[in-house]
Design a protein around this ligand. Structure first.
Ligand SMILES: C[S@@+](CC[C@H](N)C(=O)[O-])C[C@H]1O[C@@H](n2cnc3c(N)ncnc32)[C@H](O)[C@@H]1O
Length: 249
């Protein structure tokens, strides 16, 4: 099965004494497929319709054997990200939540040779896998990995004059911080650029008003906020676990 997967969910900014990997490990929820499609249709979309390079296929296979391998995005989502990068003519992009590097590989491959993708993650262990495949794909020089809580990295980018210098952002990390990531990315993205948010259907839980937990409530509130947000044009795509696509006005 290969479609949008859940990620490790950090509930809070990590305490100073925790290592970054401890931060990544803490709060990992039960992993399961979150695609709302019947399994056969999900498999068809991901395996029969999406184009993958040989390096992407190898990375998918290696990641699938890892304990939390189901967290990587599907091939169809990778194709969507690369397409979006090309559609907005992206030269500079940000990713929040890198894991073993599949989505970064997809986005970086769609950037020009002098383009740059800033990747935010807290796990050295998982991103070491990513680095190997970025090298193998010849894309390592387009990708800058920053190992720190993403809120810190985004704040640093803004402090360093990054406002409105990015073309594309992909948000795929801890759900309770999604609103903060969205707000920071809105500042970093230029008008006409795009913000892409994964897992916005949350296995359909956002549509069930009886379900209330920190992550579901956060995502449901953010879907409503983006719907009413005059700063963007947006659409919630029923790809994988729900991909919110927002274009900054
Ligand atoms: C679902 S995975 C990302 C999957 C990835 N986009 C892919 O295509 O394979 C979520 C990632 O977010 C990272 N993460 C979780 N909390 C974070 C935080 N506060 N700051 C930065 N990264 C975080 C985790 O370490 C994990 O690698």
């Amino acid at each position: 099965m290969a479609s949008c997967r859940p990620c490790p969910f950090l509930k809070h900014t990590p305490p100073a004494q925790a290592t970054l990997q401890e931060t990544a490990d803490r709060g990992i929820l039960q992993l399961m497929s979150r695609s709302l499609l019947p399994e056969a249709v999900e498999r068809y979309v991901a395996q029969e319709s999406a184009r993958e390079t040989a390096v992407q296929r190898r990375l998918r296979a290696e990641t699938a054997r890892m304990p939390h391998g189901v967290m990587q995005i599907g091939a169809d989502q990778g194709a969507l990200l690369a397409l979006l990068a090309r559609l907005v003519g992206a030269r500079r992009a940000i990713e929040i939540g890198t894991f073993t590097g599949y989505s970064a590989l997809a986005v970086a491959s769609a950037l020009p040779a002098d383009g740059k993708l800033i990747c935010c993650d807290v796990s050295e262990q998982w991103t070491n896998v990513a680095r190997r495949y970025w090298q193998e794909a010849g894309l390592a020089d387009r990708i800058e990995l920053r190992l720190a809580p993403a809120t810190d990295t985004l704040a640093a980018l803004l402090k360093d004059g990054g406002a409105e210098t990015f073309d594309l952002a992909f948000i795929d990390a801890d759900k309770s911080n999604y609103d903060a990531y969205y707000e920071a990315c809105l500042k970093l993205i230029r008008p006409g650029g795009a913000i892409v948010l994964d897992n916005m259907l949350w296995s359909g839980k956002v549509a069930d008003s009886a379900v209330h937990d920190e992550d579901t409530d956060a995502l449901r509130a953010l879907n409503a906020k983006i719907r009413d947000d005059g700063r963007v044009d947006a659409c919630l795509l029923t790809v994988g676990d729900g991909v919110m696509l927002a274009r900054k006005r």
